[in-house]
Design a protein around this ligand. Structure first.
Ligand code: PSV
Ligand code: MN
Length: 399
């Protein structure tokens, strides 16, 4: 790395934070079963402690996304969770309403043909906005499991109309500093048609909802071979990119650690963001969030691994020489243009990340520091004992 490149990468890291998801620290599984981890979080205090540990060793994860149904107790002051977060050195980030688990949502939420169910879903989202206000959160992060499984099952256009109306009504509840993020997903749990299946649908619905609605790109929610960075570039250009859910995929919503399958794709996404910033002279406001639930990797380690690779790829993408790239593009020098991206991607940015960590008095190697700290061992022993005391049985035995 040249000294100039080092400076550029360190400066880029100064502006890069990643939000961890509360649900990524608790027990999860596939629909075929769960494999439990002793250190999995039992309650909100554990989840926030884990998020605090990720932030303590990485220094760039100051906020935690929460899922309303899983993390807040009805009737309890949500600020209690804020205080708990503070105790663990983090703050609350995006609030995720849950309109997919209650039995009433069998046929959908905002897309349901029964107005009473749509009202119930809306009310839950209004309550979530109230939580946002109470805890000082900026983002309402929306994902809908709505869709149909069989051709003819529902009217696609009618459902689109219901979504348009509900999202517009929800937007009206937002305060001036609040943003709602609309996430898309091509399939699962519905397999014939998902109501918000791709970025175009999320874009259109957001546009109709109002100026504070933006699109959320979950990197796992695309068909194979889809060019995600192109979607990102278009959304940026339209000022409609609100945030990311980071993970990697091989087939569908696989929840793999970021960059584990295709780090170059994540680099290309970051390149589009840096390139936009270079052209416009300002960094776009983007909520970078992780959305992963790990069954095999230790949960806190997987989160740290994702954050570390995100920083590396973000720093690498900051090295692309935009002036030279423009010059190569102008003359249609394809190989030169491509090489400018490749060279940045293959540059070892370890010195820059190390310099950034030194500047912030952080451990040189977050994963090694986490392992050395014995956090996982302590959490496992503590949570095993508490499960026993609480009589929580997992997998048929006291775990
Ligand atoms: C759905 O697959 C999703 O990506 C949404 O973001 C949810 O909020 C999250 O996963 C957790 O279920
Ligand atoms: Mn997601």
């Amino acid at each position: 790395m040249t000294p100039k490149q080092l400076r550029r990468a360190v400066e880029a890291l100064e502006t890069f934070n990643v939000e961890t998801p509360s649900w990524g620290f608790a027990d999860t599984g596939t629909r075929f079963g769960k494999f439990f981890q002793d250190a999995a979080a039992i309650d909100m205090n554990d989840k926030l402690a884990d998020a605090g540990q990720v932030h303590a060793v990485t220094g760039c994860c100051p906020t935690v996304a929460t899922h309303v149904l899983w993390d807040f107790t009805p009737g309890e002051d949500p600020r209690k969770v804020v205080r708990l977060a503070r105790k663990h050195g983090v703050k609350l980030g995006a609030i995720n309403p849950n309109v997919f688990q209650d039995q009433c949502y069998k046929w959908g939420s905002f897309g349901h043909n029964d107005p009473a169910v749509r009202r119930q879903a809306l009310q839950h989202c209004f309550d979530s906005v109230a939580i946002m206000k109470a805890v000082g959160s900026e983002y309402l992060s929306l994902w809908f499991a709505d869709g149909t499984n069989y051709p003819g099952q529902g009217s696609i256009r009618e459902r689109k109309g219901y979504f348009t109306d509900c999202l517009r009504a929800l937007h009206q509840k937002l305060g001036p500093k609040q943003t709602m993020l609309v996430e898309y997903k091509p399939f699962e749990p519905a397999f014939y048609q998902t109501d918000i299946a791709d970025w175009g649908m999320a874009y259109l619905l957001s546009k109709r909802a109002g100026p504070r609605a933006k699109v959320l790109v979950d990197t796992g929610h695309h068909y194979s071979a889809q060019n995600i960075e192109q979607i990102v570039a278009w959304l940026l250009d339209e000022d409609m990119l609100g945030g990311f859910h980071f993970n990697d995929r091989r087939y569908a919503d696989d929840d793999l650690t970021l960059g584990s399958i295709d780090p170059y794709q994540i680099f290309r996404i970051f390149h589009e963001i840096h390139s936009f910033a270079a052209d416009r002279g300002r960094l776009p406001k983007i909520a970078y969030m992780v959305d992963q639930c790990h069954n095999e990797k230790p949960k806190v380690e997987a989160m740290i691994q994702t954050v570390v690779i995100a920083q590396e790829l973000y720093a690498k993408a900051a090295l692309v020489d935009h002036d030279r790239l423009r010059a190569a593009q102008a003359k249609n020098r394809v190989i030169d243009a491509e090489l400018l991206l490749k060279q940045a991607f293959f540059t070892d940015v370890t010195p820059a990340v190390a310099a950034w960590r030194r500047r912030h008095r952080l451990p040189a190697d977050p994963l090694a520091e986490h392992r050395r700290s014995g956090y996982e061992r302590h959490a496992a022993a503590d949570r095993r004992a508490r499960r026993r005391a609480l009589g929580i049985v997992r997998g048929g035995s006291f775990a």
